[in-house]
Design a protein around this ligand. Structure first.
Ligand code: SF4
Length: 542
């Protein structure tokens, strides 16, 4: 019987464009792994960037691997069947360095699966000198690596360009055959690297500083591989800015990435042009948008190249006439916006200073410009949220819908409700998460309300997954034991929590005291904990 991995690989490689030709001769052999399916991982800008950054260095090659598709799982249960890389089809455990790119806490379980499918021991202290060094980076682990720390050798905290450039400079003279200890020593010297097996005293002054790319001209964040088998089908993703001009009190992205910085128009189009041969469909990734000349030049460049462009998520504050025109002219079909709360004062408390009128006006202007599909993100379960606050979500959407009808506009509204998950390094990191049962009741209330409006489709995440995310977002190293249980019980988290000696609810449903020492306190993002606490207090005051 043909190896199912070969068939899987052929299916993917036969339609991809932009792959590097990897010649491992005399070079350090690394692999970047995304802990989810190919379709998801290849749509992730962080993953694509690491693949590019490493392969563009002369002393290292970087292959790729993903969580194998569902139907292959059984095959890996059989002895002797190991996960192989995509480009050179080598066993994962034959690489010197394995880089995991991890954006979401709920993928931690997949990290464990991949380590196991590679024929390696799960726990880092059980893997010997002859095994690869396992490194992890990405926003989820950069904020709090502790719940997954027992399984990883090194964490890289911050922006990949800075960290990987420094690392590659250090290994400039490394022969292809260097071992784990050699690389570990280099990481120990590197700012922004956290080695969990080197104990850190949480109360000491010694901190691991998050490394940030300040100059966006040095950004390397764009897709290298273009494939129709990705979530956005043959779309070239290009980062337009980093950080966010807002810092909503619940948002990790807005609070972790530092001050907002834009890529220049020249740099942006240099990255876009690098893949024009393969696609004219681009996705511009940004939390905010420039104004005036920036928009004009962006619009000009898009038209000149006959691109079809989409903007990832858009702030209401940025929806001025010129930007709305650009969105419509670029061929974007669906616009995603995030009011987060229906009630204006709760929205303000959550850190979004936008009035209802601005929301309604923004959506109507998009519909007038020809956008037929509006996706609205709301968050439920904020501290102190009442039933009236939930009804306010319905009322706001109803107003938008009525305003659309009054203007004879034809557009569909898609509502997506997700549960508030308190995250490390945000002002709401001291908050308890809403109880799972109560979240389900809230969802059911919203579902019933929205069933009354024909033009609205309602969708939500499952509170049970939000609870796992909350556990892994603010857990300490002991939470790794629940994670390992969940792996042993093949993803049965309820059983994993029930049978663990570690109490999951303690991490999820507990309001923290002001002076509690957090598992992530050894990380220095540049923001003082006392400043975050002052904002936390404000949430409850106004
Ligand atoms: S929720 Fe959106 S607007 Fe607010 S800080 Fe996060 S990315 Fe920025």
């Amino acid at each position: 019987m043909k190896n199912p991995l070969t068939i899987y690989r052929q299916r993917i490689l036969s339609v991809e464009k932009g792959r590097y030709l990897l010649n491992p001769e005399g070079k350090v052999k690394s692999i970047v792994v995304y802990p989810n399916y190919y379709r998801v991982g290849s749509s992730n800008l962080g993953f694509q960037s690491v693949y590019g950054i490493l392969n563009e260095k002369r002393n290292i090659i970087c292959d790729r691997a993903f969580l194998p598709d569902n139907d292959l799982e059984e095959w890996f249960e059989k002895k002797g069947n190991y996960l192989h890389s995509l480009d050179t089809f080598k066993p994962i455990r034959d690489f010197q360095l394995i880089f995991f790119s991890i954006s979401f806490e709920n993928d931690y379980l997949n990290v464990l699966k991949i380590i196991k499918y590679s024929g390696l021991d799960l726990l880092s202290n059980q893997r010997d000198e002859n095994t690869p060094l396992i490194i992890a980076g990405g926003i989820a682990v950069s904020a709090n690596p502790e719940p997954i720390a027992d399984f990883i050798d090194v964490f890289l905290l911050g922006d990949a360009e800075v960290l990987l450039n420094s690392f590659c400079e250090e290994i400039i003279d490394a022969a292809g055959g260097e071992g784990k200890e050699f690389f570990l020593k280099i990481f120990k010297k590197l700012k922004g690297a956290y080695i969990p097996n080197d104990s850190i005293n949480m109360e000491s002054e010694r901190k691991v500083e998050v490394k940030r790319l300040q100059n966006m001209e040095e950004s390397s964040s764009y897709s290298r591989i273009i494939s129709p088998l990705t979530e956005f089908s043959s779309m070239h993703l290009v980062e337009m800015s980093r950080g966010c001009a807002s810092s909503c009190r619940f948002c990790l992205l807005g609070n972790y990435y530092g001050k907002p910085r834009m890529k220049s128009i020249d740099k942006l189009f240099e990255h876009i042009d690098s893949r024009l041969l393969y696609t004219h469909k681009i996705g511009l990734i940004s939390c905010f948008i420039g104004r005036g000349d920036y928009i004009n030049n962006l619009s000009k460049g898009i038209k000149e190249r006959k691109l079809s462009a989409s903007f990832s998520s858009i702030r209401f504050e940025d929806l001025n006439d010129e930007f709305v025109k650009l969105i419509a002219e670029s061929g974007q079909k669906t616009v995603t916006l995030a009011p987060e709360c229906g009630d204006e004062s709760l929205r303000n408390k959550a850190g979004k200073q936008i009035e209802d009128d601005v929301i309604i006006k923004g959506i109507i202007s998009l519909a007038k410009a020809g956008i037929r599909s509006i996706k609205l993100y709301f968050m439920i379960g904020f501290p102190g949220e009442t039933t009236d606050d939930l009804k306010a979500i319905y009322k706001l959407v109803k107003k938008i819908n009525n305003e659309g009808e009054r203007n004879n506009l034809n557009f569909q509204i898609f509502i997506s409700a997700s549960s508030f998950v308190p995250k490390a390094f945000t002002p709401l990191q001291w908050s308890a998460m809403e109880d799972e049962r109560r979240l389900k009741e809230k969802i059911s209330l919203l579902r019933n309300l929205f069933a009354k409006i024909n033009n609205v489709r309602f969708n939500c995440d499952l509170p049970k997954f939000a609870k796992i995310q909350a556990l892994l977002s603010r857990g300490d190293r002991k939470v790794g034991r629940i994670l390992q249980n969940a792996f042993s019980y093949k993803g049965d988290w309820r059983r994993a929590m029930r049978e663990s000696d570690v109490n999951a609810d303690y991490y999820v449903y507990r309001t923290r005291k002001k002076d509690e020492i957090f598992p992530w306190d050894f990380i220095d993002t540049g923001t003082k904990k006392s400043d975050l606490y002052a904002v936390y207090e404000k949430y409850f005051k106004n």
